[in-house]
Design a protein around this ligand. Structure first.
Ligand code: 5CA
Ligand code: ZN
Length: 407
């Protein structure tokens, strides 16, 4: 699938401004902060959209989180291999297509294109591998084959299930007990009640064709992939095993990330990811912003209303990625004021020196992507005066490289 065009990220090192520290991030599986050490290429997988409605601020906040992580890695001098999927065939997409009378392929293409445009406007770094579920059917079939060899697959009618007991470490991403997992599984697309399953938590790997739904002829029969195996297959094929970070919103901790990690570990004998990083949920009008509830603030709507995408970016950066927070309209005005103040500061002939503020932004981001602390450091610089004539351009470059905000 075509990715989107990304901004050029300036290198602070080549401007003589040195390199930044390695990031420490919160890993859900270890319930603690963990250093993302390592050298060479950093490998990142982030769960992409199910394209049946337009990009909302919750999506944007999640993708911005992993954009920041890449900027920290790049500032450290590391290259990043970034893979993201598009769930371009799944129940909610097919349901929306039927309800609106739009062909499901057309709906997916239209919303994916709008997502690309929103991501480009927000200057979110694009994945190197942007991969759809539909174009990955062969990868899924191959991975199910590896699970079959491991004795982890069984059939219920013509559907194929993953046996979670094949993985001794099952449950280690969420750390949840059985009862919690069962309850949430039912709420998030699972089928704990289905008769014939060995364990209520076993999840679909391959769903046999249902009347009126798309299906593919494969060795597994005519049908389509389950959701979790899609991300396991795409990540393994495009990043390999034990990649650095599996990312997404906290609504994906269970079952999605638990199941994909388990399936991948059973199939390969190696850990799926080294750390599982989750962004908090953005709410609106008292509830989690979600396509299914319809309480959306769309990025495209804010853009169409004339809001500068850099102000939208700043409004999102004002919240720590791990907190759940609620969007209130006036936040965009506060972000516009901050953007104007930064632009005015960066246009001065001289300011306070750049080194202090650049160090502070680097330290804040390396410390579990603390964007609010980074913004506060830039605010402080903007509020000071000084006689360093090189600083305005240097800080402008650093804000571009580290925070992705173009002044
Ligand atoms: N296609 C699957 C992942 S494989 C999916 O969850 N798609 S999605 O369109 O529902 O969500 C896309 C991404 O946005 C996911 O990482 C999800 O965790 C995140 N997300 C969804 N709603 C919110 C929200 N309200 N706040 C923050 N992030 C959100
Ligand atoms: Zn996913």
């Amino acid at each position: 699938m075509r990715s989107w065009s990304g901004p050029v990220v300036p290198s602070l090192a080549s401007e003589g401004l040195g390199t930044g520290p390695a990031p420490v991030v919160h890993d859900t599986a270890h319930e603690s902060l963990r250093p993302l050490d390592g050298e060479g290429e950093a490998r990142l997988y982030v769960c992409g959209i199910t394209p049946y409605d337009a990009t909302h601020l919750g999506h944007a906040a999640t993708y911005l989180t992993f954009d920041l992580l890449q900027r920290v890695w790049r500032d450290q001098g590391r290259d990043v291999v970034y893979t993201q999927n598009v769930t371009d065939v799944d129940d909610p997409l097919l349901e929306r297509a039927t309800a609106t009378g739009i062909d499901w392929v057309e709906l997916a293409e239209r919303e994916t294109q709008l997502f690309r445009e929103d991501m480009t406007a927000l200057r979110i770094l694009p994945p190197r591998h942007y991969i759809g579920a539909v174009e990955s059917i062969d990868l899924v079939v191959e991975l199910v084959g590896r699970l079959e060899k491991a004795g982890a697959v069984y059939a219920v009618d013509d559907d194929l299930y993953f046996d979670v007991h094949a993985d001794a470490a099952f449950g280690s991403v969420s750390g949840w007990d059985d009862e919690t997992m069962r309850r949430i599984f039912g709420e998030r697309g699972g089928d704990p009640e289905r008769a014939g399953k060995r364990d209520p938590l076993d999840c679909l790997l391959w769903q046999a064709e249902r009347p009126g739904e798309p299906a593919w002829d494969t060795r597994l029969g005519r049908g389509r992939p389950g959701w979790h195996i899609e991300c396991a297959a795409i990540a393994l094929a495009h990043l390999g095993t034990s990649f650095d970070v599996q990312g997404g919103g906290s609504d994906l901790v269970f079952p999605h990330h638990e199941m994909s990690a388990s399936e991948a570990a059973v199939a390969t004998g190696a850990p799926f990811a080294r750390a599982y990083v989750h962004a908090g949920m953005v709410g609106y009008e008292g509830e989690k912003m979600s396509k299914s509830k319809g309480n959306l603030v769309l990025v495209s709507r804010l853009r169409a209303d004339g809001h500068d995408p850099m102000a939208i970016r700043l409004a999102l950066l004002a919240h720590h990625y791990r907190s759940d927070w609620e969007w209130f309209g006036p936040e965009i005005t506060a972000a516009e004021e901050r953007l104007a103040a930064w632009r005015a500061a960066a246009s001065r002939d001289s300011t306070a020196p750049a080194a202090l503020v650049i160090d502070a932004v680097r330290a804040a981001l390396a410390d579990d992507l603390d964007a609010p602390a980074a913004l506060a450091a830039v605010d402080a610089w903007a509020g000071e005066s000084g006689d360093d004539a090189e600083a305005p351009q240097q800080v402008r470059t650093a804000i571009d490289a580290l925070l992705g905000v173009e002044l």
